[in-house]
Design a protein around this ligand. Structure first.
Ligand SMILES: Nc1ncnc2c1ncn2[C@@H]1O[C@H](COP(=O)(O)OP(=O)(O)OP(=O)(O)O)[C@@H](O)[C@H]1O
Ligand SMILES: [Mg+2]
Length: 371
């Protein structure tokens, strides 16, 4: 049994016993096949929608080219654009697909905890280290390590990471034995690392090590051709998940979605659709997308964002919460001033204290349109 037999029979056995046993084995096997077929279909569903748009053509090509190699990849893009999904896809298509995929979020832990998480420690390395613990780099051996939010890593840890990338060796905290690992590293950031390098907060040598290949995922507002596909896919997915009747999105919903700027990118779209499915109504979402931010202005829209952030509490670092809230506040303010100046952009720029050029860029980024 330990070597993989599904069942056994004690001799002597009846014909019926044999039949019953075989039936169970065959049914199990059929179920397993059915299950993997379903999983494949599910994945297929995600994949056809995932990145089918024009703006993602470059990203798709790079994923294909690099998946079979071992190069380090830096995936960048705003929050919610799908950086983690891309990392998983690269792993899935690599020869390491059946090996571990280990994710570490560099923003989630304070420096010393992150260090012991990555490199592990020996018993007695510090107070509280009652037994040895292997680091994530060891766990990821022969597989892929995904370092999320790499821009949040402190300079001392950056140095240690650089060493691992160069020599493929490190030692656990409080230990001196060199541990050799074979790990492919992928990382993601929503900050501009070039700028951090220029400011001296991110090591230049590490930056070049990580950035062997760079995959930039455009924000959803630059991929509007994908929006309707996403709407359908998420409607389908969450209707099944929450046991609700399947239905098509109304043209009004799709239109409203296609015009909206999505500061929270695909994740925001996904959450809105979840709401449509759970409430079994599009009304509040459509109203929010169209009227909500336009007619009622900053306060309501901001409140909705805060509610949504509260609903996902703990999933986002506080910094990210602040970034999104500030983005929303900016958008709502610009919208209001533009209405007040009747879309006189020069006057609005003056009132807002930004250059004309900056305002035009922001109008575009926020997806604001003259009513
Ligand atoms: N192309 C896509 N197809 C299907 N789902 C997607 C796609 N892109 C993003 N998503 C979904 O959007 C959500 C956010 O994606 P993901 O976590 O990969 O983003 P991220 O860029 O890592 O965001 P963050 O910077 O906030 O961590 C996830 O629920 C993911 O499944
Ligand atoms: Mg992520």
């Amino acid at each position: 049994m330990q070597l993989g037999a599904s069942d056994y029979l004690n001799k002597p056995f009846e014909e019926g016993e044999l039949e019953a046993t075989l039936r169970v084995v065959l049914e199990t096997r059929e179920l397993e096949q059915e299950r993997s077929r379903l999983l494949e279909t599910l994945e297929e569903g995600t994949r056809t929608v995932a990145w089918h748009g024009e703006a993602m053509r470059g990203v798709r090509a790079v994923i294909e080219q690099i998946a079979v190699t071992d190069v380090t990849v830096l995936i960048s893009g705003e929050s919610g654009v799908g950086k983690e999904l891309v990392a998983r896809e690269i792993h899935r298509r690599s020869p390491r697909a059946n090996r571990p995929f280990v994710k570490v979020n560099c923003a989630a832990l304070p420096e010393d905890l992150l260090e012991s998480e990555l490199f592990g420690y020996e018993r007695g390395a510090f107070t509280g280290a009652v037994s040895r613990k292997p680091g994530k780099f060891e766990i990821a051996d022969t597989g892929t390590m995904f370092l999320d939010e790499i821009g949040e890593m402190s300079p001392p840890l950056q140095a240690k990471l650089l060493q691992v990338l160069q020599d493929a060796t490190f030692s656990r905290l409080g230990g001196n034995r060199e541990i050799r690992v074979d790990v492919r590293v992928l990382c993601a950031t929503n900050r501009t690392l070039e700028q951090m390098v220029a400011e001296g907060t991110f090591r230049e040598d590490l930056y070049y090590r990580l950035n062997v290949v760079d995959v930039r995922i455009p924000p959803l507002r630059e991929r509007r051709d994908e929006v309707s596909g996403f709407v359908e896919m998420f409607l389908h997915r969450y209707s099944i998940k929450y046991g609700k009747p399947l239905r098509k999105p109304s043209p009004a919903l799709v239109r409203a979605m296609e015009r909206y700027a999505f500061p929270g990118n695909v994740r925001e779209l996904e959450n809105l659709i979840k709401r449509v499915v759970v409430l079994e109504s599009e009304d509040s979402v459509v109203a929010e997308l169209l009227g909500g931010d336009r007619m009622h202005g900053a306060a309501d829209r901001l409140q909705i964002v805060i509610d949504e952030l509260a609903a996902t509490a703990g999933l986002l670092p506080l910094k990210e919460v602040a970034r999104r809230a500030s983005l929303e506040a900016e958008r709502a303010t610009i919208d209001r001033i533009l209405q007040r100046t009747q879309w006189n952009r020069k006057a609005a720029a003056r009132l807002l204290g930004v250059s004309y050029k900056t305002l035009l860029q922001k109008i575009r980024d926020c997806g604001l349109e003259e009513a």
